[in-house]
Write a protein that binds this ligand. Structure first.
Ligand code: PBG
Length: 328
């Protein structure tokens, strides 16, 4: 019979048995590929801090969406970079907004590809914050919750009318999920789902994204609306509220440093939990791999499987296309 260690090792030594007793699977169907779209044509501009990721124009975005779909990835999430930014993010909800045109073009070329849109103002405001700025009680500029929610509703409706399958509010304002759900239902768009960035932490890991979306905050930071990173109970309250308001999928973000939050959320709630493997997590591994310090494919499959093992059903990751190819 051997010692207890040997008994366990028997299952590992035999490759077929090892495969049979695997507990967690990573599949291409679990993945969502983030893509950035801007104006112009034939644009494919690499993002310096995110090697292998690009800002696309609508035409090149459609080509990329086709190649993502061909790799077996079922969904993309789109981020728009407008030509012009202003204080109130008007380009977020214009019917000719770059994201709306991109959604229409992608849905026409790839009708079966699930198109998610990021609903937020930070890409569209000249100050780079996720909402409308008003003086707070101390007279300092701060993001105003309720006037921001009104604009987010307009933005979500514009994306849904353009054909988005899912809208994903990432702003962390209170009450936005309920307001968006109500507006979608009232507009005859009850089938459009909501993936809420519910537990979104104020994190240093978003640095490269702000290059990609050209959206660093021009003053202050996002700690008045994003969550304080040591808090997990508060994350559960955020998720619970979003579910009560009608979220279909809830998200934890970032992923790697928040696996415990993903685990608790997946044990506590029956809704699918998504995790966002964010830009900084991507950049770290890319940088180390470029120096030959890490084996990219091996590390990425290990990390993505760990996020699944923690309990995430879906993973938003810049490696979605590569990982889908590696998995086949
Ligand atoms: C906000 C948004 C951000 C990310 C996704 N949506 C930036 C932020 O909150 O500062 C970050 C994603 C990443 O880092 O990969 N619209």
């Amino acid at each position: 019979m051997g010692s207890p260690t040997t008994r366990l090792r028997r299952l590992r030594r035999n490759p077929t048995l090892r495969r049979m007793v695997r507990e967690t699977y990573l599949r291409a169907d679990d993945l969502i590929m983030p893509l950035f779209v801007r104006g112009g044509s034939r644009v494919r501009k690499e993002i310096p801090s995110m090697p292998g990721q690009y800002q696309f124009s609508c035409d090149t975005l459609v080509e990329e969406a086709k190649s993502v779909e061909a790799a077996g990835v079922p969904a993309i999430i789109l981020f728009g970079i407008p030509d012009e930014k202003d204080a109130v993010g008007s380009q977020a909800y214009a019917s000719d907004a770059v994201v709306c045109r991109a959604v229409e073009a992608v849905k026409k070329a790839c009708p079966a590809l699930c198109v998610v849109t990021d609903v937020c103002l930070c890409e569209y405001t000249d100050h780079g914050h996720c909402g409308i700025i008003k003086p707070n009680r101390d007279g300092n500029p701060d993001v105003d919750n309720d006037s921001t929610v009104e604009v987010l509703v307009k933005e979500a409706l514009a994306h849904a009318r353009a054909g988005a399958d899912v809208v994903a509010p990432s702003d962390m304002m209170d009450g936005r999920v309920g307001a968006i759900r109500k507006a979608l239902d009232a507009t005859g768009l009850p089938d459009v789902a909501i993936m809420a960035y519910s537990a979104k932490f104020a994190s240093g890991f978003y640095g490269p994204f702000r290059d990609a979306a050209e959206s660093p905050p021009q003053f202050g930071d996002r700690s008045s609306y994003q969550m304080d990173h040591p808090n997990v109970r508060e994350a559960m309250r955020e998720i619970e509220l979003d579910l009560e308001e009608g979220a279909d999928i809830v998200m934890v973000k970032p992923a790697i440093a928040y696996l415990d939050v993903i685990r608790q959320a997946s044990e506590r709630f029956d809704a699918p939990v998504a995790a966002y493997n964010v830009s900084g997590e991507y950049a770290m591994i890319k940088a180390a791999a470029a120096r030959g310090w890490l084996d990219e494919k091996r590390i990425v499959l290990e990390v993505l499987t760990a996020i699944r093992r923690a309990g995430a059903k879906l993973i938003l990751t810049y490696w979605a296309k590569d990982a889908a190819r590696w998995l086949t």
